[in-house]
Design a protein around this ligand. Sequence first.
Ligand code: KG4
Ligand code: ZN
Length: 335
Amino acid sequence: MLVLCIETSCDETSAALVRDGRQILSNIVASQIDVHARYGGVVPELASRKHLEAIPLVIDEALRVADCTLADVEGLALTRGPGLIGALLVGLSTGKALALARAIPAVGVHHIEGHILAPLLETKLEFPFLALAVSGGHTHLYRVDGIGSYTTLGRTLDDAVGEAFDKVAKLLGLGYPGGAKIDALASEGDPDAIRFPRPLLHKANLNFSFSGIKTAVLNYVKGLGHEPGPEELRDIAAGFQAAVVEVLGSKAFKAAEQQRLTQIVVAGGVACNSGLRRHFAELADLHGCRVVFPSPALCGDNAAMLGVAGDFYLRRGDACQADMNAVSNWPMDNI
Ligand code: KG4
Ligand code: ZN
């Protein structure tokens, strides 16, 4: 089945053609980062307007790269939520209009479901597995028993980890978005030079908290009494990243052990982080687990990641009704 996937939940307009929930024929991502960077974060109204401009071009390009036309498309997979409501509505309305015009089925897919199933586009993975979703809006641990069968085991109680990276980058004057910039700086710094707190590390539950680490960085910078120089910036970034990565690793492997799972998927934009990848590889060796990270192009927001669940739901006959609405806040349990 040839599925056109559309993702517009935040600040990336993306369309992809995926065959049989496995083979990516195209995956076009138009980023709005330049538009939002000057405001230090995503401006929802601007995001919606930019999606509206970009969506026809991105879909055209996805069809061109896949060497097919709309007439070849057999179904649509659309991000239904969670995300910015105006942004979601652009992709959802476009997809529903195409489905109606072509008399083909469309299904709504959960954005995080897309992220955690992305590795299935690249590798074989048996259910059940543990998934750690780390993005700008999510830091969640799920038990995944199959497509559509997710149990939340833990979640952040305050900031998402990507949000913490972005806020720390902002207070260090690195600009938006900051995750990749902190990652690059951290690779040149000393992770042991400054020890930031590891919130909830020794708590028995599987929840996270990142706002305290961010405040500790703020207080450290204030305490310096001067703008941090290049070397100080590198050590702050390395110390912050080390704290975050240690907490993520500890909770994820604790969850895997509790659930008796030996495969861990790490997905979402923050899964690009090189320190996180290194730490999880070390822990995997130690615990005898298999850790799977999607390739970087499938970590950040992209439409192809919707193809796995989209194909599954379409084959099952789950076509949405014409009045399917976007959902800005949508828990993953019992999708
Ligand atoms: O999944 P994603 O593209 O969008 C959301 O669904 O939120 O994740 C975006 C987040 C941003 O907070 C960004 O700073 C972070 O992923 N990110 C990183 C890295 N690359 C992107 N965080 C840490 N290290 C990176 N290399
Ligand atoms: Zn995302």
